[in-house]
Structure formats: structure tokens, C-alpha cells
Design a protein around this ligand. Structure first.
Ligand SMILES: C[S@@+](CC[C@H](N)C(=O)[O-])C[C@H]1O[C@@H](n2cnc3c(N)ncnc32)[C@H](O)[C@@H]1O
Length: 390
């Protein structure tokens, strides 16, 4: 069974009023204390409560920079908010307010799009500098260090293996996983790696091609694939060998023929730098593994569901915000439109590998050079708001 994109059941990152009430509104004294401890709560959250016209706007007001507005003023102030991009005041549940200048934007009118109203403070494009792309140096040794490339053990003889029906066999009938074919030109390989290093450094992310279990997140033992509701897909011997070879090739710098570019509307995106065959393992989705319950206030932009369990407290997600690989830059389709669905060329499939869950991005058809990579962030659940995707 494939994973949904972020495995996030909360739907939106705006705090629910109940949580908000619990956390912030029990009494004015607590709110004061909270304000000291937690420097601010976002205007979006304040506005959300204000819009609901609830009695607890007393504490909303309390949060509103300590001003003595009454709750009606707060409601009025925000009721007229319009999106700076499309000019509409509709759909205000999807509108985010700048914590500096109060300008409002629908999250889907922003470029790149936000998938949920941030629970934390947020600044509009005019109040923040666009992130400068930090081009990674072209120096080979730097790239090798960045990816901690291991000694190359030789190009696998893919042709021979194919002829003999070995692990790299690509067959539509058997649907065996296939290993990527790296670019032969070493300069091209370096360019591909450099593009990924540029995207990672610009996004302040360390490269990691493995799932990581840092202190304070979920422990490794919690990744128990046997807990998956309905059972997780097992890897057969051939697929397992293909997976291992694919990982080894990444470790040795024989990376999949992918290039990361920057799109003004979507941010970093991944494109095929040479043709990729159906069933190829394009990348494993990596990052810090954590309990879903610990991530309810994350922006949810790139969180991937890893383990769906009977007991909600045991559900796991992959969080590629500190450590990650190329998978976190792959775009999602708009799965509400036929156009969007046509773009899909990958699928995220979760496998049981030695008792642990792993999420792999697999090609679901032949992909041409230059094609942008897409998969459905909502393959099985539908909590990722892809309706606003381009
Ligand atoms: C997992 S990240 C993908 C990498 C991201 N583009 C970046 O620069 O980090 C998901 C985010 O990418 C953007 N995105 C992904 N697919 C998109 C699409 N089809 N249309 C518009 N934005 C998209 C959205 O901003 C989304 O929140």
C-alpha cells in the first residue's frame, strides 16, 4: 500500500479552537504567562479565533499586542481582509496574514504555494527577501565531500544483467523494480549532484540518503513495519537486490539521472536528465523519523507518512526539514484535475525492509529526458490540499 504524502490527519496546521483554548485561553493570567514564555502566536491564529466571533476573543485581544481592542473590533478588522494577490476576500480560512504588515494572501495564491496556514509567525513576500539560491561550487572534491561519496566499486554491467534476466531486468509483466542507469559522462554526474547540493544548501538541509532517528524524535524501534494496518508490502528477493544496488550506487556517486532546478511557482523541482524506465527506483524518501503526534504544528509542506498503525500515537512520519535527499524536492500533482493526473510519473510505495518501513519513489511509466517528476501526495488519503497545485 502506498503512503499518502504527509500522513497528516490534522488536515490543517491552524490550531483548532479547542487546542487553542486549552493552550492559550484558560485565563488571562495564564495567557500573560504564556506570552512571556512563547513570544508570539501568529496573526493567522488570532484571526481564526476572531473570525469565529468567540468569547475567547478576550484572550485573542490579549494576544493582540496587548491592545485593549474589544472582540468586535478584532472581528471587524479581519473580516474585510482581501488577498493581495487575487483581490478576493473569499475563502478566508485559506488566508494567511503577514505578521509584520498585516497583508493577507490566500495560501494558494502565494508562489511557491503554502499547503496550510502556518501556526507560527509568517511574513509576506514584501516583508521577506526571496531566498537567494546558493549555487554550490563546481569543485569536484567539494561535491564528493558534500555527499560523502564512497570509493566507486565499478559500473554494474547492466546490459549483461538484463540479458540474463538478473536483478536489473525490466519487465512490464513481472513488474520487478529496476535500478537507475546513471549518466556515463562524469561531468554530467557532477552537474546533477551539484544541482542537488545547491537545493539542499539553499534550503539549509544536510544530505542524508537514510532514514535518521535523532534524539528527541521517534526511536528506531518504533519503525516496526508489522504494525502497519492491513500489513505493509513485502520486498521480494529481486526487488530487495535492486533496492540495495540502487542505494550503493547513490553512495558511490553513481546517482540517478536527475537534475534539480528552480521554478518561480513551485520552488525547487526535479527533472529527468536522461530517460528513466518504468519501475525504476528513483529515490528513497529520507529524513528524520518522528511520531506524527509530535508534528501536528509543522507546516506539513514536505512531511511524508511512513507507518499507519491501529494506535494513532504510534504513527510515524518522515520529516525532511533537517536531513534529506532528492526525494523531498519532487513535486506533487494536482489530483483534482485530469491535467494534474496526466503529469504523474512516479508513485510513492512503502515497503517492509528487514522489518522496517521505507518509502520509495518508483517510476510508473517511462519518463523522457527533461520531464518534471511528479507523484500524488495524496495517493491513499486526501488531506494534502493539492487542489491548489499548478
Ligand atoms: C515537498 S515540497 C517540494 C519541494 C519544494 N518545491 C521546495 O522548493 O522545497 C512541497 C512543496 O512544493 C510546492 N509544490 C510541490 N508540487 C507543486 C505543484 N504541483 N504546484 C505548485 N507547488 C508545488 C508546494 O509549495 C509544496 O508545499
Amino acid at each position: 500500500m502506498a503512503a499518502n504524502r504527509r500522513g497528516n490527519k490534522r488536515g490543517r496546521s491552524v490550531l483548532s479552537l479547542d487546542v487553542w483554548e486549552d493552550q492559550y485561553c484558560k485565563c488571562a493570567e495564564q495567557a500573560q504567562k504564556r506570552r512571556r514564555e512563547q513570544s508570539r502566536v501568529s496573526k493567522s491564529t488570532r484571526r481564526y479565533a476572531a473570525r469565529e466571533g468567540r468569547d475567547d476573543t478576550l484572550t485573542v485581544r490579549d494576544y493582540n499586542a496587548g491592545a485593549c481592542e474589544n472582540s468586535e473590533d478584532v472581528v471587524d478588522k479581519y473580516a474585510e481582509q482581501r488577498c493581495e494577490s487575487c483581490g478576493s476576500g473569499d475563502d478566508d480560512a485559506e488566508m494567511v496574514l503577514c505578521d509584520r504588515c498585516d497583508a493577507g494572501f490566500h495560501i494558494y495564491c502565494l508562489r511557491p504555494i503554502l499547503v496550510s496556514v502556518p501556526a507560527e509567525e509568517w511574513f509576506c513576500p514584501s516583508c521577506t527577501k526571496p531566498p537567494a539560491i546558493q549555487e554550490f561550487p563546481k569543485i569536484q572534491t567539494k561535491i564528493i565531500d558534500f555527499f560523502r561519496i564512497e570509493k566507486f566499486s565499478g559500473v554494474p554491467d547492466t546490459k549483461k544483467r538484463r540479458r540474463h534476466g538478473g536483478i536489473l531486468t525490466f519487465s512490464k509483466r513481472s513488474r520487478k523494480l529496476a535500478v537507475h542507469i546513471p549518466s556515463k559522462d562524469p561531468r554530467r554526474l557532477l552537474e546533477q549532484m551539484r544541482s542537488l547540493a545547491t537545493a539542499l544548501t539553499t534550503s539549509n538541509i544536510e544530505y542524508s540518503d537514510e532514514l535518521t532517528y535523532p534524539l528527541g524524535c521517534a526511536p528506531r524501534e518504533s519503525n516496526d513495519a508489522s504494525l502497519e494496518v492491513g500489513g505493509m508490502q513485502e520486498m521480494n528477493k529481486d526487488d530487495r537486490a535492486a533496492y540495495e544496488l540502487s542505494k550503493q550506487m547513490w553512495r558511490e556517486g553513481q546517482v540517478a539521472p536527475l537534475i534539480v532546478t528552480h521554478d518561480p511557482g513551485q520552488g525547487f523541482v526535479v527533472e529527468a536528465d536522461s530517460p528513466i524506465k518504468d519501475m525504476t527506483i528513483v529515490a528513497e524518501y529520507t529524513g528524520d523519523v518522528d511520531f506524527m503526534r509530535n508534528r501536528v504544528n509543522d507546516d506539513g509542506n514536505s512531511i511524508m507518512g511512513l507507518l499507519f498503525t491501529e494506535e494513532p500515537s504510534k504513527e510515524l512520519v518522515i520529516c525532511p526539514d533537517k536531513r534529506a535527499n532528492i526525494a523531498r524536492f519532487v513535486s506533487g500533482i494536482n489530483n483534482h484535475t485530469r491535467e494534474g493526473k496526466k503529469k504523474q510519473n512516479l508513485r510513492c510505495i512503502r515497503y517492509n525492509v528487514d522489518g522496517e518501513a521505507r518509502a520509495l519513489l518508483i517510476a510508473i511509466r517511462d519518463i523522457a529526458k527533461g520531464e518534471r517528476l511528479y507523484y500524488d501526495y495524496n495517493a491513499y488519503l486526501s488531506d494534502y490540499p493539492t487542489h491548489c497545485f499548478l
